[in-house]
Design a protein around this ligand. Sequence first.
Ligand SMILES: [Zn+2]
Length: 232
Amino acid sequence: MRLVMLGLPAAGKGTQGRLLSERYGIPHVSTGSMFRDAMRAQTDLGRRTRAFIETGELVPDGLAVEIVEERLKKDDCRRGFLLDGFPRTVEQAESLEVTLAKMNISLDAAVNIQISEAEAIRRIANRRVCAQCSSTTQVTPGGAEVCDECGGPLVQRPDDNEETARNRLLVYLAQTQPVVDFYRKRGLLVPVNGLQPVEKVFAQIIQRLSRLDLPKRANGNGRATGITGVMS
Ligand SMILES: [Zn+2]
């Protein structure tokens, strides 16, 4: 299974990406995490991307394409992959198509998790990350700022403040919304309602993906392995 995740910031791409990655046994390639890890480790890549991430701007196409291309060539992507945070522009989507064609493969679907802009702003403002285990969660005003998973302290990511959130939405609408149309034209778009609880969104994605007429795979069963249909 080769997937791209689309949706406004905080639509749930990361959460659904992790669940799908487990379900299909494919790596969850999150460019956001790759950039954040690089900034934390102060690598060359981190230095080159910091200014863009901190202001909510997009990392330049060439740099993003270079990083993703390198990642997709690793062995663990051979059975498939899930891209989260890329492509962010039509230019990146076109580059990805060229890269995959060179590798003799193509995407199976672009999952578009749909939420409203107001909901995106609300979720970003309430989003916290555990400083200890890195899991993300939503806090309610006045609620405990402690991780449910490990009890570690919750912190707000520097790019999750409201000003940056609004900027990210504007950037998304201008640059990434056309990517949705790009995949719709290619018949790859799989829209889902992102306003439902996490497990319902996941069930809907799995159901829609199971109906795709995927090209015949090496194992000859005509379906990617690991799909068992709708979750009960
Ligand atoms: Zn934690």
